[in-house]
Design a protein around this ligand. Structure first.
Ligand code: SF4
Length: 310
């Protein structure tokens, strides 16, 4: 067996920052420490913090007045910020700056009188947060059929934005459909789909022709991980999205020579290493790391953590 390890894979700059923020907040404030939603969409990461006394909540009302509440990498709506302020919570904002950029674009388009189409997945934490920036002006569109069903005239003042973790190709299809319906539609000056999502997808697309089977490390609720598995399947390869080595089935590798391994932006490198070690031991696999694109992105910790002295 030959393993191709896709690069880049795994943690992006936003996830690194969010996890470091939570580590730092634990150091500074101790437990109980509250996080609004999962810090990142990865089960092993969330469980590790739960075991250290971090409490993940889906409702600000679950947090006792005066406690510390950290916002996850996916961002929150202004209503959540207001609710936290009303409870006198000490908010720490670990929203990825690339998500914040989309929020700012939404408020700018709304201020300028646009109806905004947000291309994204209903119910995803990031989408809920972005919709909350201008709930009266933003509509979610998830596919071409929803674009066709829009009830606005072709000359309407419209703009589009996208979730940061979409499939580049799927988003392009929806953007093209929007342009057909609304030739004057405007969009963000640069793509909203973030560099990490694009690079991980590009690496899979480039390397998958050499593979017989693909393992994507990531959780089932991780949008960018799901997209990596979908891309591999669209190229005709079986692809399995798993949280870790315990979910591997040996039967996946019968008659398969080359395994491509990648990881979504919220999956820690140790889960990749555990899978590689297992395939080495079980199938005598050799490992080849292949870099499709270099990444040198990092984000500073939130202001609330930088300003605190221990
Ligand atoms: S996937 Fe992209 S937008 Fe999401 S946290 Fe990572 S860098 Fe930020």
């Amino acid at each position: 067996m030959r393993i191709i390890l896709a690069n880049p894979r795994g943690f992006c700059a936003g996830v690194n920052m969010a996890i470091e923020s939570l580590e730092r907040a634990l150091q500074l404030f101790g437990t109980p420490l509250y996080v609004y939603h999962e810090i990142v969409h990865n089960r092993p990461v969330v469980e590790r913090f739960q075991n250290r006394g971090v409490i993940f909540v889906d409702d600000v009302d679950e947090v006792p007045a005066g406690a510390h509440l950290l916002y996850s990498a996916h961002g929150v709506s202004p209503a959540i910020r207001r609710a936290a302020a009303e409870r006198n919570l000490h908010a720490i904002d670990a929203t990825c700056p690339l998500v914040t950029k989309v929020h700012l674009e939404a408020t700018r388009f709304a201020r300028e009188g646009y109806t905004i189409f947000l291309i994204g997945h209903e119910g995803h934490d990031e989408v809920v947060g972005t919709l909350g920036e201008a709930p009266d002006c933003i509509r979610l569109v998830q596919n071409e059929a929803e674009v066709e069903a829009l009830d606005l005239p072709a000359g309407a003042k419209v703009a589009y934005l996208t979730q940061t973790t979409l499939s580049v190709d799927d988003a392009e299809i929806i953007i093209r459909a929007l342009r057909r319906r609304f030739p004057h539609i405007v969009g963000p000056s640069r793509d909203d789909i973030c560099y990490a999502t694009q690079n991980r997808q590009e690496a899979v697309k480039e390397l998958v022709p050499e593979a017989d089977v693909v393992l994507v490390l990531g959780s089932q609720n991780s949008s960018n991980s799901l997209r990596l598995a979908e891309i591999a399947r669209a190229c005709g390869r079986p692809a399995y999205l798993i949280d870790g080595v315990r979910e591997i089935h040996d039967g996946w590798f019968g008659g398969k020579e080359t395994v491509l391994i990648t990881a979504g932006a919220s999956a820690p490198e140790e889960v990749v290493e555990e899978c590689v070690d297992y395939l080495r031991r079980r199938f005598g696999a050799s490992v080849e790391a292949r870099t499709v694109r270099e990444e040198h992105v990092s984000f500073p910790l939130p202001r609330e953590l930088r300003l605190v002295n221990v």
